[in-house]
Design a protein around this ligand. Structure first.
Ligand SMILES: [Fe+2]
Length: 465
């Protein structure tokens, strides 16, 4: 094996320059959420089975599954890679990547992210490190880091680089999660103009539209771009989830159920965690809004039950727990909460988040479903101010706020309901549910005129549609 350098100044230990070309294609495919990314990597490993960066990426991809079974595979790959790194002279950057994989496979995503950021300081054109750092900041609940990490990269990437748009998309999403909506939209749209298939950038713009209440525009945005995502992996279902949120906030529930059935749960066998996150948070929202969802929880039970022992990402585990608690699987819920409690005592980066926030939310969800509403409110409220620590986007985390507000309203805590809905109508003034809930709380407090005004605002949102 020998060291060769690619066009970005990145050194690789390979058998031939052909391996670098194929690896570059794998990274581009990964950044574009292409469905054949894994296949491309397998082909590369056939022609260059000991290429350190190919093996490392195999381990990274296993970790990206956010699934305990794949973590075991990543540990094995990491050991193979470390054996190679010990016996073959590899470049310093490859050493750093091998170290990051070792840490991540031991569930220390925080330290792995530090290494990726160190790599990027020296090699800002390392797209793999850039995308992984973005992922790590996202699941550590750090929108500002997402924004700043990408902001540092943008000036280094030539506009002619085939992956330039993907970097813009990361910056756009970081900006959106840091509440800079106009800037986020500018960069996101620019990236989509460069490459209409770029789903992460389209997604950043979809988030902007969600946060700004631009529901009709959001529906059009996704419908227009959707035909470009034929070769995109199941992440495309998450864009359908965003489309559902727009319809939900317009009170168009039939459309939500149609998209849910036809798209969101169309490939549960893939065992892709985001599919279950999309589905469970949507079903819970629909139930809060009083929509009859039939037996839809049922199809999510089997897959969720397989993940009660996972200790990968608490954000994801909470969604499996949502399914099991909504389905009344009390034994499994109790077992899962015991596992989450144990998880909170371990020494991993997610464990700290579980101890600080995740465990309380888990208990809160369980109590909410058992109709022990005061306990549910207590548990969720305890951590409400720091819930972003569990990762996920602001739009995704909103379901936990909805669960809290719903529990408060059902508990007849009228003053508290009024205060929380007053907060919500300012945060989400374009949501009919915000105004409807506010109206009901005001009415219970005898504030008839204000309640009628809030109800009119709620109705106007639906009528306008
Ligand atoms: Fe999203």
């Amino acid at each position: 094996m020998k060291w060769l350098e690619d066009e970005n100044g990145l050194q690789y230990t390979v058998t031939s320059s052909q391996s670098i070309k194929k690896f570059t294609e794998v990274v581009s495919a990964y950044m574009g959420f292409e469905i054949d990314t894994g296949k491309r990597l397998k082909q590369l490993l056939i022609i260059d089975p000991k290429m350190p960066m190919a093996l490392c990426t195999k381990g990274y991809f296993a970790m990206l599954m956010g699934n305990a079974n794949f973590t075991d595979k990543a540990i094995i790959t990491s050991q193979q890679l470390n054996d190679i790194v010990k016996n073959v002279s590899v470049s310093p950057r490859e050493h750093q990547h091998a170290a990051a994989l070792s840490l991540w496979a031991c569930r220390d995503l925080e330290k792995a992210a530090i290494i990726w950021e160190q790599i990027l300081l020296q090699y800002p054109l390392d797209g793999l490190a850039a995308r992984l750092a973005h992922f790590a900041h996202f699941y550590s609940g750090n929108g500002r880091q997402m924004r700043d990490s990408a902001a540092r990269l943008v000036p280094y990437w030539p506009q002619t680089h085939p992956d330039f748009g993907f970097v813009l998309g990361m910056y756009a999403f970081g900006l959106e999660e840091a509440d800079s909506y106009r800037e986020a939209e500018k960069y996101g749209r620019w990236a989509v103009e460069i490459n209409p298939k770029d789903i992460w950038s389209a997604h950043a713009v979809a988030h902007v539209m969600e946060m700004m209440g631009r529901k009709r525009e959001g529906i059009k945005w996704i419908k227009k771009l959707e035909p470009n995502w034929i070769t995109v992996n199941n992440f495309r279902h998450h864009l359908c989830w965003h489309q559902c949120l727009y319809h939900l906030e317009l009170g168009d529930f039939q459309e939500v159920l149609k998209i849910y059935d036809e798209k969101i749960v169309s490939d549960l066998n893939a065992d892709f965690y985001l599919d279950v996150c999309n589905a469970s948070s949507l079903l819970w929202r629909l139930e809060i809004l009083g929509v009859e969802i039939g037996e839809r929880w049922h199809s999510l039970q089997h897959i969720s039950a397989q993940h009660i022992g996972d200790m990968e990402l608490i954000f994801v585990s909470l969604h499996y727990l949502m399914v099991l608690s909504a389905s009344g699987k009390t034994d499994l819920v109790n077992e899962m909460i015991t596992n989450i409690r144990h998880w909170s005592t371990l020494d991993t980066s997610q464990s700290k988040i579980v101890a600080d926030v995740g465990l309380s939310i888990a208990k809160g969800l369980h109590y909410a479903r058992k109709n022990e509403l005061y306990l549910a409110i207590e548990k969720i409220e305890q951590v409400r101010g720091k819930i972003e620590a569990i990762g996920g986007s602001k739009a995704q985390l909103d379901v936990f706020d909805m669960i809290l507000l719903d529990a408060v309203q059902k508990s007849d805590m009228n003053q508290k309901a009024s205060d929380l809905f007053a907060e919500r109508v300012r945060k989400k003034p374009h949501s009919f549910w915000s105004w409807k809930g506010y109206s009901r709380a005001l009415s219970e407090l005898g504030k008839t005129e204000a309640a009628e005004d809030a109800l009119r605002r709620s109705q106007r949102i639906i009528e306008d549609y």
